[in-house]
Design a protein around this ligand. Sequence first.
Ligand code: NAD
Length: 354
Amino acid sequence: MSPTFDHVTLGQRVLFGSGRAADNLAAEVTRLGARRIMVIASPSEVPVAQEVTKHIDGTLFHDDVAPHVPIAKAESARAAAAEHSIDLLVCVGGGSTTGLAKAVALTTGLPIVAVPTTYAGSEATNVWGLTEAARKTTGVDDRVLPVTVIYDAHLTLSLPVELSVASGLNGMAHCIDSMWAPRTDPINRALAAEGIRALAEGLPAIKNDPQNLRGREQTLYGAYLSAVAFASAGSGLHHKICHVLGGAYDLPHAQTHATVLPYVLAFNAPAAPEAEHRIAGAFGTDTAVAGLDALRVALDAPRALKNYGLDEAWIAEAVELILPFVPDSNPRPVTATDLEALLRAAHAGETPVL
Ligand code: NAD
């Protein structure tokens, strides 16, 4: 069949280089002509942010960051930006920190330069998220897409192994879910496949030696590709499940993705031969499931949602919450019974059933 698709590539500058973040940021500030710069970083990320911003003047540090961007935190950051006539946002940190910068950009239109220190990938998407009264709302707006991303693997050396593994598997979930997401196309599938290859190479190297810079670089590169693929392909079944679980039951983001992924892959793979072939090829294994499973064993990956705060008694409600969001593009129809079986297995950490 001849390929027919509409593809959008988001416009963004990417500066990648270990040990180069401070110089690259100073050059970007000059290029953008910024004078009043708000640096967003959580308290534990501030030392890294100080190092990265050492060559620039006119910075206001804002460290009032919390997971899932509570609306009150967004409003206080927006007020600080207005009060200090900020003309550029620089975020240095994980997805929570990037998320706060996006919340400010959403209402102010201020440009963002993102310096990520995890593998969440928010820096490469135009997706924002805000939490109000325990409900997380997400949306898509090109104003929140950082104009520039500065990747420096040195900044991730301090990310503990467990968090590196969970965060990297969050990236892996972006790649695998892109294979059957609503706007999947040959371009985002190619990016996702290269992302799988890079993450499968980088993450075991980090597990063996957290100071392995080459492993950190490969993982950061894979995380970027994963996010570009996800931004283009949209949210598939895996992301819909994790979004509901994270929002309704306050489960930790990266660990939830890392735990649920093998169950969604095992469920969809038999009905998606092209995706199965591509994923297996990227892992270099006979099947996609075998590839992900071998990686998860090597990484001692998160295994059971019961360990991350999901109560078995909530599963029936979770099924009802997830069902309306199952994408029409999913390669296999999803019934309430299927979802319940998937969530029960993921809750207990049982071996996924094909
Ligand atoms: P996070 O940003 O909450 O970071 C996790 C922890 O790691 C924090 O305590 C942080 O301070 C610490 N940390 C970060 N970098 C570190 C480093 N180099 N060394 C030591 N500690 C470090 O978690 P996350 O997984 O990066 O991001 C999750 C959030 O991002 C969620 O809210 C999720 O919804 C969002 N997200 C959004 C998108 C999007 O496209 N909008 C994509 C992915 C994730």
